[in-house]
Design a protein around this ligand. Structure first.
Ligand code: SAM
Length: 273
């Protein structure tokens, strides 16, 4: 039976994540040496310490339980990663997450829901990994089920690992421009709809309205295809770009005369939803 205790003021009891689930969480988040991972309610520190020891990441764990924080600090010293990690006695709801590239959670669903607006406000591309519990109707980008025979809590014998990638905010009206092979810029109006990372919408191209095909948003990276006439050529154009606030810049690929041609495109948001 895994230990389960609750510190004074804690919103969730202490239940450690089994090590094979920790490994799966870090793998799913593709944690590496450039990451700064924050574990919300860090218990004995195993997630932060594993991220440092196995993947070279820096990290922070916050918890309210002083005895767990002492265990985490001892373990960090023993594992030789004390220079990479920090454990603080702090309420997870009042923890500044702005520097995190990865946030981990093994908390109750209502706690995750309370944290959700703050997580959605983090830099696009920030990875959130949770053990067992999700974030309401925000669909995960990846999920995995693991068999964990010794686990008695939640669904006994099973652990669920979920990954979310914080999406850029792209909803609204955008004015885009693609430069054709003839050097002339073709104006395109984009109306993008968004629900978390799911996006869709349509484009206003000269004289016509056409849907966005295969629209996809991964953090700040946006992809979609449009059937448009650029430089006198009417074909499916495949757009990819990087969103930075109210601008997008990227490349459009189109197949012409048997070869792929790439052109620049950029867009500016002219109205929020
Ligand atoms: C289920 S345990 C997870 C421990 C660790 N993250 C892991 O996966 O092994 C939840 C932890 O959150 C801590 N906790 C609960 N409410 C908290 C709060 N408001 N602020 C900080 N820590 C909290 C508990 O003390 C406990 O250690």
């Amino acid at each position: 039976m895994l230990p389960s205790t609750a510190a004074q003021g804690a919103d969730a009891p202490y239940v450690p994540t089994p090590q094979i689930v920790v490994d799966a969480m870090l793998r799913m988040a593709r944690v590496g040496p450039r990451d700064y991972l924050i574990d919300l309610g860090s218990g004995d520190g195993r997630i932060v310490i594993s991220a440092a020891k196995r993947h070279g990441a820096r990290g922070l764990g916050v918890d309210l339980d002083a005895s767990l924080l002492a265990l985490a600090n001892d373990a960090a010293g023993r594992e030789g990663v004390a220079h990479l990690v920090d454990f603080r006695r702090q309420d997870l709801f009042h923890t500044d997450l702005a520097q995190a590239t990865v946030v981990t959670s093994y908390l109750l669903p209502e706690m995750n829901l309370k944290l959700r607006p703050k997580l959605l406000d983090l830099a696009p591309g920030t990875r959130i990994v949770a053990h067992d519990y999700h974030f309401g109707d925000w669909p995960p980008d990846e999920r995995e089920t693991l068999r964990v025979p010794e686990k008695q809590v939640g669904d006994p014998g099973l652990s669920y690992v979920y990954l979310w990638i914080v999406p850029a905010r792209v909803a609204g009206r955008w004015r885009a421009e693609v430069v054709g092979a003839d050097g002339r810029a073709v104006p395109i109006g984009l109306e993008i709809t968004q629900s978390f990372q799911a996006i869709g919408g349509h484009a206003e191209v000269p004289g016509r309205r056409t849907p966005l095909h295969g629209a996809h948003l991964g953090g700040s990276d946006i992809h979609f295809a449009l059937d448009v006439t650029v430089g006198g050529v009417h074909r499916r154009h495949s757009f990819r770009g990087r969103v930075a606030g109210d601008t997008i810049a990227g490349a459009v690929a189109v197949r012409e005369a048997g070869a792929w041609q790439e052109r620049e495109w950029r867009a500016r948001r002219v109205a929020a939803p």
